[in-house]
Design a protein around this ligand. Structure first.
Ligand code: MG
Length: 291
């Protein structure tokens, strides 16, 4: 079914809409300022100040601007339901890489607003440990954890972005077995869209129709929630490593990490390091100078 919706948007709403989908810009027809053609919708902003949404998903794209009388203050990206994904741990020398994809529906927004879910980098670890279990209880999500030994093995023949692309894709594939994927899917962009699909050339099952955007954790609730769940999994893995090796592992990749790794190697040896760290980081070389 093809819907057609005409709205009079404020200037800031027009800008938000344009910014969100500008990569789908198309030649503007007569009397129009611009036209965007994201999946299943043609959005035309006319000189008259009217914006026309046409197509199968017109309602979805127009929904952020039709839900209440005063929508100008709403954050962008409230196209619901939506799926989003994010990864955690790629900048940490110790610990796994965790990728989560999840679905957020209109109904879930009450929980997300109450818990104040957004980018995990903007939330303390204590808050993550408290909030994430609630999200995991309610949301449909899939989580992948690439442990250090596997990471080191695949990193030899793949670059980091390829590893990320394959994990994100697998997270979406797994998610699609739990619930139908919403039409609107967002990845917190770590590589351009073309490169992303090039990394997946040899994969049999590839989820397409994804919107790529940087800093998406702040703009799209599903990406924010995915980021919180992935961070939770990362923190839990770090706790397990601490218990197993009876020591605290530093996060990040700064000099405290070098000292921590040197302590680890002196206690457990170089071979064991591949079970807890990402060996290609420059930290590994620094550890050699410390012991
Ligand atoms: Mg990210």
């Amino acid at each position: 079914m093809t819907d057609s919706i005409t709205l009079k948007l404020t200037k800031s709403q027009e800008t938000k809409l344009y910014e969100a989908f500008k990569e789908y810009r198309h030649k503007a027809p007569a009397y129009a300022r611009w036209q965007l053609r994201p999946e299943n919708c043609v959005i035309t902003c006319y000189e008259s100040g009217k914006t026309l949404f046409q197509g199968k998903d017109a309602k979805i794209y127009a929904s952020p601007f039709t839900s209440s009388a005063d929508t100008a203050e709403q954050p962008s990206g409230i196209i619901l339901p939506q799926a989003g994904s994010d990864e955690v741990g790629t900048g940490d020398y110790f610990g796994p890489v965790c990728v989560c994809a999840c679905i957020v529906t209109e109904h879930d927004m009450t929980l997300l607003n109450r818990t104040g879910v957004r980018d995990s980098k903007a939330i303390t670890d204590e808050a993550i440990l408290k909030t994430a279990p609630e999200l995991m209880e309610q949301l449909t999500y899939s989580l992948l954890i690439l442990n250090n030994r596997k990471y080191n093995a695949v990193h030899d023949s793949n670059n980091m972005n390829r590893i990320k692309a394959r994990l994100h894709n697998q997270a979406y594939v797994n998610l699609s077995t739990k619930a139908p994927l919403p039409e609107f899917r967002v990845i917190d962009q770590f590589t351009p869209e073309k490169a992303y699909y090039r990394y997946l050339q040899e994969d049999r099952n590839v989820v397409r129709g994804i919107h790529f955007e940087t800093k998406a954790e702040d703009k799209y609730p599903a990406v924010g929630a995915a980021s919180v769940i992935a961070r939770y999994a990362f923190l839990k893995c770090m706790e397990e490593l601490s218990e197993r090796y009876d020591m605290q592992f530093e996060k990040g990749a700064g000099s405290p990490v070098d000292r921590c790794a040197a302590e680890f190697v002196s206690r457990y040896g170089w071979d064991a390091l591949q079970d807890v760290a990402k060996l290609h980081f420059a930290n590994t070389e620094k550890v050699r100078t410390l012991i």
